[in-house]
Design a protein around this ligand. Structure first.
Ligand SMILES: [Zn+2]
Length: 66
């Protein structure tokens, strides 16, 4: 029987070991921790850009091709 606790990784939702041997807790891995820390700097949490109907540059070029 193990005494290790498991928590849910905030990043990927998988079980993460909550123990001294897991330096990345509450994340399951270093990768998940890095993703979470860098989420705002990456495209993961990028806010969708809405096109401006008044800006011809943002219209779909293919629709204008004759
Ligand atoms: Zn994870």
């Amino acid at each position: 029987m193990t005494t290790a606790r498991q928590v849910r990784c905030p990043q990927c939702g998988r079980n993460a070991l909550w123990a001294p041997e897991n330096p990345w807790r509450p994340f399951c891995s270093e990768r998940c921790k890095q993703i979470d820390l860098g989420c705002w700097a990456s495209e993961t949490y990028r806010i969708p850009v809405e096109t401006d109907p008044n800006d011809p540059e943002s219209s779909i070029p293919e629709a204008d091709q004759a």
